[in-house]
Write a protein that binds this ligand. Structure first.
Ligand SMILES: Nc1ncnc2c1ncn2[C@@H]1O[C@H](COP(=O)(O)OP(=O)(O)O)[C@@H](O)[C@H]1O
Ligand SMILES: [Mg+2]
Length: 370
């Protein structure tokens, strides 16, 4: 008869390729029951519809079946509770952090990745205005356009000029706009033709260069406009900036459940904790409430609801984001609120006092107990 320890040891050979660890260390094995030559294993997945479900189940079964003395194996798959998932993510994040490559982004810089379940929801507009708003509050802010192929940040924030390397340090200097340090492939590429040439050659490496060879300086915040989907850029970002936290932009009418699933999947693949939701384009046309629902679904903070407002479009087109101005319109006011909430949820390093950490710890414990 095999022992519990032997089964666990064998299960250490079952690897979750996305989370980068084995199912035992990741805490995915909930229990092992042994009766003579029959073994039953509880396997908890981050989400029930995990794309790797079959692979993990089969791998678990096969490995244990191959153990001498085992004849029958049953794998009982369950979805993790919120608390289990949080614990798993923190283990996975720690592992990623240990393997992170060095970058020019300082260890005390708060990295906020702006993502969404789909395009056109105002991700870039929110990135630009969040960066502008944080700079207005007096913080040192960087804005990285990680939408390498579909860049729009330079136009929206009014960044002109080109990225150039300092001859001595060889580091690339960001283009500064009203206190925001901007980096984007749009600041390298002159025109479509050049873009095509760049594409094959260097764009695939652009993100790495932006993190390793840009003189970001001592930033309080680095806001990243994420590309759509979960491709190479996300993976590179995860590898290099494991401290990144995700803010999700959604529209009022998006089906919260569906977006939540997609976002949870994105967060899981990138090991990034989701810290809040911004609802954009709320108002009479699209309604409101999608942001609240999504925040509820994800169990994170609702950072604000930005109304559909012509001022956002005009600001983006003119390269003068509303958050830079004293605009008293509805979107500008809502954006100021978003900025305040982001500062509260992701406080700059020096503001994160001990009491702040204790308060967060208590909130987490209460959350876990619920
Ligand atoms: N709150 C808003 N009110 C009005 N128009 C908006 C608002 N937010 C974004 N837009 C407009 O919607 C379009 C898409 O926004 P964008 O930020 O480019 O989205 P994404 O980056 O998600 O594709 C842009 O033309 C932008 O000006
Ligand atoms: Mg965009």
């Amino acid at each position: 008869m095999v022992t519990n320890e032997q089964v666990m040891k064998t299960l250490e050979g079952v690897h979750d390729p996305e989370l980068g660890g084995n199912v035992v260390e990741l805490g995915m094995i909930t229990d092992v029951r042994i009766e003579d030559s029959a073994v039953e294993i509880g396997l908890a997945l981050t989400i029930a519809e995990c794309p790797l479900r079959n692979q993990l189940e089969n791998d678990t079964r096969r490995r244990v079946e191959a153990m001498p003395g085992v004849e029958h194996v049953a794998v009982r798959t369950t979805a993790m509770t919120k608390k289990q998932r949080a614990e798993l993510m923190s283990v996975a994040r720690r592992r990623v952090r240990e393997r992170a490559e060095p970058t020019q982004v300082g260890p005390t810089t708060r990295v906020i990745a702006i993502a969404s379940g789909k395009g056109g929801v105002g991700k870039s507009s929110m990135s630009v205005n969040l960066a502008a708003g944080l700079a207005r509050e007096g913080f040192e802010v960087g804005l990285l356009d990680a939408d390498i192929w579909g860049y729009s940040i330079p136009r929206m924030i009014g960044a002109k000029g080109k990225l150039e390397a300092d001859p001595d340090s060889k580091l690339i200097e960001p283009v500064e706009v009203s206190g925001v340090k901007v980096v984007s492939t749009g600041l390298i590429i002159e025109e479509e033709g050049t873009a095509l040439m760049w594409r094959g050659l260097m764009l695939s490496k652009a993100l790495e260069q932006f993190l390793q060879q840009v003189n970001w300086g001592d930033l309080d915040y680095l806001v990243i406009d994420m590309p759509p989907g979960t491709g190479d850029v996300q993976m590179a970002l995860t590898r290099m900036l494991p401290q990144a936290q995700m803010v999700v932009v959604t529209t009022p009418q998006s089906a919260a459940q569906r977006v939540a699933t997609r976002v949870a999947d994105m967060a899981r693949r990138s090991h990034m904790p989701v810290v809040g939701v911004i609802e954009n384009m709320s108002g009479e046309v699209f309604g409101r409430g999608g942001g609240d629902e999504l925040a509820e679904e994800l169990g994170v903070a609702m950072l604000g609801s930005v109304p559909l407002d012509q001022a956002v479009v005009a600001g983006g087109d003119a390269g003068e984001p509303v958050a830079f101005s004293d605009d008293a319109g509805p979107a500008a006011r809502a954006l100021r609120e978003v900025v305040d909430h982001v500062i509260a949820v992701v406080p700059p390093a020096e503001l994160e006092t001990c009491t702040g950490r204790i308060a967060k710890l208590i909130a987490n414990l209460e959350d876990g107990a619920a």
